[in-house]
Design a protein around this ligand. Structure first.
Ligand code: TRP
Length: 375
């Protein structure tokens, strides 16, 4: 059987370089490799609503932003099916059945959910009528790993290219698949996670050196940033706080500029933008020895990032002028996704023996039994 990809993003903000190295660039590569029979890319608006119930406008606005980001960075709607999660109602039904296969304590142990609960300031001991600032955990949020298992299995995905923070979700999906298949018979496909290959790319720090790019920290470089914005952000980037004068020896580890260079710099960039160095190791050596200023490294990084982002900006401009067409792509993608999910749902219902009207044998059997009894 051919390999199938399903992946996606929550539409809670525009996509940034962290998304790009973490998953988008890989998706485009995989798409262009021709190795996959089908590729589904989902804008997870329903999942975004699990912790944004009071903010539907934010989610709605970002659906189109994320779609524009996808199209800009090279996702080709003729090859990949881009769709909106909420428009595939079958996913809810699958999740509803999967809920019976997962315990509360298993969900509580999901490390990503645990971290997210902390990050969002949710608390699991909020009493009815609590007047403090504490927010309870929405049930939908708590159970989103199950809904994510529905997303993945509905498309019989073999391969889920995501960042490492999604590993617990894929693990949970695999457990659900295993449990479902062992109770109801081989029905669902066990997915594999596909992590980013370059180590530096696993998690790109924010421009302030903090662990992760995050909108709330204001430390992101967005795929839609202008040349000027990229320049400003890189110029303000966190480097080595002890590298005060050019002559001082500098540290490369934990230095954002070098972390970004690890992620984005390719050998040919030296000939193009910094011919006095042979490669990244030579640049790092010089920085460590002292005598190499931050500004020179930053200018190099700016050139590399702008080379990457220029074609994205051009494609974005095209699609921004053709928004109706973007919505048409999403609508057609959602219809196509729905057809596939409906097929899987039928198989799930068959396996679970809740396919009453489709099961002619069951009807005939029962009709015969009652006739027999009433004789
Ligand atoms: N959880 C993913 C994120 O935070 C989005 C997502 C929802 C997803 N369903 C998925 C990713 C299924 C991969 C597969 O961005």
């Amino acid at each position: 059987m051919g390999k199938i990809i399903l992946t996606g993003d929550r539409p809670t903000g525009r996509l940034h370089l962290g998304h790009f190295v973490g998953s988008l660039s890989r998706r485009v590569e995989l798409q262009n490799s021709g190795e996959f029979e089908k590729i589904f890319i989902m804008i997870a608006d329903a999942q975004a609503l699990t912790d944004n119930a009071d903010n539907p406008d934010k989610v709605r606005q970002n659906v189109i932003e994320v779609a524009l980001d996808y199209l800009s960075c090279g996702i080709d709607p003729k090859v990949s099916t881009i769709f909106i999660q909420s428009q595939v109602a079958e996913l809810c039904e699958l999740a509803f059945y999967y809920m019976n296969l997962v315990t509360v304590s298993r969900l509580q142990r999901n490390p990503t959910v645990k971290t997210e609960i902390k990050m969002r300031g949710f608390s699991d001991d909020v009493a009815e009528g609590d007047t403090t600032q504490k927010k309870g955990i929405p049930v939908g949020f708590f159970t989103y790993p199950i809904s994510q298992a529905a997303d993945i299995t509905a498309f019989k995905a073999t391969t889920v290219p995501v960042g490492e923070d999604q590993e617990p979700m894929i693990e949970q999906t695999r457990e659900i698949v295993h449990k479902f298949n062992s109770i109801y018979g081989e029905t669902l496909v066990t997915p594999e996670i596909l992590l980013p290959s370059n180590n530096a790319c696993l998690r790109l720090p924010g421009t302030d050196g903090k662990a992760k790019m995050s909108k709330s920290l204001g430390n992101c470089i967005y795929l839609s940033d202008t040349e000027k914005e990229v320049k400003q952000k890189v110029m303000g980037m966190y480097t080595d706080p002890n590298h005060l004068r050019v002559e001082d020896p500098g540290q490369v580890e934990g230095n954002c500029v070098f972390t970004y260079l690890d992620a984005f710099c390719r050998p040919e960039h030296f000939a193009l933008y910094l011919p006095e160095y042979e490669n990244l190791d030579a640049l790092k050596d010089h920085y460590r020895r002292g005598g190499l200023g931050d500004v020179k490294c930053k200018k190099f990084l700016i050139a590399i990032l702008n080379e990457l982002l220029t074609p994205f900006r051009e494609r974005r401009k095209y699609w921004e002028q053709n928004i109706e067409e973007v919505y048409r792509i999403l609508e057609e993608g959602s219809a196509a996704a729905r057809a596939v999910a409906a097929q899987t749902l039928n198989e799930v219902r068959d396996a679970m023996r809740i396919n009453y009207f489709a099961d002619r044998e069951l009807i005939a059997e029962q009709a015969a039994r009652y006739k027999e009894e009433n004789k």
